[in-house]
Design a protein around this ligand. Structure first.
Ligand code: 5GP
Length: 122
C-alpha cells in the first residue's frame, strides 16, 4: 500500500471548498461533515486537513497538534451527535484495497443512532 496522496480526491476538493459539504465542526486542522450516503442515522466523517491517505499514514506522520486536534474534534462530534452520553457509536476507518477504502484521504466514520450490527461479516 502506498501513501502517495492524490490532491484531486473528493475530500481534498471538499477541503478546498470546491464541493459543498454539511459541516458539523471545523477547526484549524480538522473538518467534520455529514456523509453524503449515510449508513446510519448518525454518520459523520472526521477528516484531517493535511494530506494523509490512511490511519497509519496520519498516525505516523502528522504533528502532535494535528493528532490531538483530530481526536478532540472527533470527541466533540460524538457529543454533538448525541451518541455520547447516549447509546454509543462505532468509529471506524478503512484503509487500502482490503479495507475497501473509497476515498484516499484519511477519515474516521462516526456511526450511531441505531444498533449497528456485527463489526465485520465472518
Ligand atoms: P471509505 O469507503 O473511503 O471509508 O468511505 C468514503 C465515504 O465517503 C462513504 O461513506 C461515502 O458515502 C462518502 N462520500 C463520498 N463522496 C462524498 C461527498 O462528496 N460528500 C460527502 N459528504 N461524503 C462523500
Amino acid at each position: 500500500m502506498t501513501h502517495s496522496y492524490d490532491p484531486q480526491n473528493i475530500f481534498a476538493r471538499i477541503l478546498r471548498g470546491e464541493i459543498p459539504n454539511k459541516t458539523v465542526l471545523e477547526t484549524p486542522h480538522t473538518l467534520a461533515f455529514h456523509d453524503i450516503n449515510p449508513a446510519a442515522p448518525v454518520h459523520v466523517l472526521v477528516v484531517p486537513k493535511g494530506p494523509y491517505v490512511t490511519f497509519d499514514h496520519f498516525a505516523a506522520k502528522a504533528s502532535a497538534e494535528e493528532i490531538v486536534d483530530f481526536h478532540r474534534t472527533s470527541a466533540k462530534v460524538c457529543e454533538m451527535m448525541g451518541v455520547v452520553p447516549g447509546e454509543g457509536y462505532r468509529a471506524i476507518t478503512n484503509a487500502g484495497k482490503h479495507g475497501m477504502q473509497e476515498v484516499p484521504h484519511y477519515h474516521l466514520h462516526i456511526l450511531g443512532g441505531k444498533v449497528l450490527g456485527p463489526l465485520i461479516q465472518r
